[in-house]
Design a protein around this ligand. Structure first.
Ligand code: NDP
Ligand code: 8X3
Length: 248
């Protein structure tokens, strides 16, 4: 019987690449996001079976209803990739936008918790499973104007570590991947569609790609039962911290 992976934020960037990479090693996919047409396109490009779930991770009831709606053959989720998330805005604390703050805390932190809470009881019951949380270098350090985004990713770091302790002895693995600069739609969302600002983030060096992160996730989930890569920080080759990037 093939295994099932649920990937949140599969409609773009790291989530899309991860879904593709997991399909390549035989996983059937539950792909989640808000953009139906993107999920349909992803579904048409992978070789394994897919089931799309459309929901906003901020909406607790939608998350629960979506998970409850899964047909019986899709309920036994082996791998959960908590990837949905974004930065919204890039302002100092004294000038920050309250709606941006709400979005980052609601999506990156509370959304991750809602999905996790819906999925892991089944893993515990079956005595097997693997949760991969997408953190960030922003969850290991802070940088100017990163304030609330960094806080949300520090929260993911803490939730990841706490979840691993809570799941001690259950057979469920918990891992985190913390990327540095990955060229996706991330900066377009952060800068609200300002492509000049967004493009500059990735100029003058080779940033990570979504496929680089997906390769790591594929490697993590294909390790034998006795191996857990519990926390991986992955930076671009020319990057040594959030803010120190050797640009030409
Ligand atoms: P993208 O903007 O390309 O993708 C973000 C994904 O999250 C989309 O699929 C989007 O789907 C989904 N998403 C966003 N908000 C919601 C929501 N409210 N409800 C449901 N889904 C949502 O960015 P990345 O691929 O780069 O980001 C993926 C993860 O990686 C994030 O957690 C991000 O913080 C993290 N990360 C990114 C880095 C980078 O440099 N790019 C570095 C480190 C970590 P849709 O819009 O269809 O709902
Ligand atoms: C995304 C990477 O450095 O823009 O988490 O915060 S960074």
């Amino acid at each position: 019987m093939s295994k099932i992976a649920l990937v949140t934020g599969a409609s773009s960037g790291i989530g899309w690449a991860t879904a593709t990479a997991l399909s390549a090693v035989g996983y059937d996919l539950i792909i989640c996001g808000r953009r139906a047409e993107r999920l349909a396109e992803l579904s048409s490009q992978v070789q394994t079976k897919t089931h799309s779930l459309l929901f906003d991770v901020r909406d607790k009831d939608s998350v629960i209803n979506a998970m409850d709606s899964l047909p019986a053959e899709w309920k036994n989720i082996d791998v959960l990739v908590n990837n949905a998330g974004n930065a919204h805005g890039f302002s100092s604390t004294q000038e920050g936008n309250l709606d941006d703050w709400d979005a980052m805390i609601d999506i990156n932190v509370k959304g991750l918790l809602y999905v996790t809470r819906s999925v892991i009881p089944g893993m515990v019951e079956r005595g097997t499973g693997h949760v991969i949380n997408i953190g960030s270098i922003a969850g290991k350090e802070v940088y100017p104007n990163g304030n609330v985004y960094c806080a949300s990713k520090h929260a993911v770091d803490a939730i990841n570590n706490g979840m691993r302790l809570d799941l001690f002895g259950t057979g469920v693995k918990v891992s985190q991947v913390c990327p540095g600069l990955v060229e996706t739609e991330f900066s377009m969302v952060r800068f609200k569609g300002d492509s000049d600002r967004s493009d500059k983030v990735y100029q003058g060096f080779d940033p990570l790609t979504a496929n680089d992160i997906a390769d790591i996730i594929q490697f993590m989930v294909t390790r034998p039962k006795h191996v857990n890569l519990s926390d991986v920080i992955v930076l671009a080759g020319e990057q040594v911290s959030s803010t120190m990037v050797n640009r030409q």
